[in-house]
Design a protein around this ligand. Structure first.
Ligand code: PRP
Length: 173
């Protein structure tokens, strides 16, 4: 039987998202910001984040899939769905639900940097340290966790639990 152990409740997430949105709104107050959500997990975080911004932004999405050792490592990453906005000369902020090994974000950052934006930075709600392989710098971090499989608020296990309004550590009994 799976057990859901609370990590962040709705109010804690709301406070984190509000704080990140304030920082982004200030840092990009005179920029042409394009927010790029990484499918699928980031869709809930991105949807909440943009409603707390006080600046105008463009929104796009990118899909990435990883090959490799399945559950333990994303050895190779490929783009499954590219952005459609022209980001040349604009400021890009990649929005992720979670950074784990860092390989997905590292690949996406390089992929987007090749499209000649003015800048590429990274925002992640959750920064998990235990399996980090690539030293991908995350510019805006919501909450750091050391370990565990997290679900809810967009994060899934086998496509389940994304709809939960809070974030949980999924454990098996
Ligand atoms: C998760 C998460 C990141 C990636 C992070 O996506 O949303 O994109 O894994 O892992 P990494 O740092 O080890 O590369 P997932 O592949 O589970 O797809 P999903 O967002 O569709 O759930």
């Amino acid at each position: 039987m799976p057990i859901l152990s609370p990590v962040l409740n709705k109010d804690e997430i709301e406070a984190i998202v509000t704080g990140i949105a304030e920082n982004i709104s200030f840092d990009y107050r005179s920029k042409n910001l394009v927010l790029i959500g990484v499918l699928k997990g980031a869709f809930v975080f991105l949807a909440d984040l943009i409603r707390h911004l006080t600046i105008d932004v463009e929104i796009d999405f990118i899909g990435a899939a990883s090959y490799g050792a399945g559950t333990v490592s994303s050895e190779q990453v490929r783009i499954t769905s590219d952005i459609t906005i022209d980001v040349a000369g604009k400021d890009v902020l990649v929005v992720e639900d979670i950074v784990d090994t860092g390989l997905t974000l590292g690949f996406i950052r390089d992929h987007l940097a090749a499209k000649a934006p003015n800048s590429v930075r990274i925002c992640a709600l959750l920064d998990k340290h235990e399996r980090r392989q690539e030293n991908t710098h995350v510019d805006y971090v919501g909450h750091g966790v050391q370990e565990g499989f997290l679900v809810g608020y967009g994060l899934d296990h086998a496509e389940r639990y994304r709809q939960l309004p809070a974030i949980y550590h999924l454990k098996s009994e």
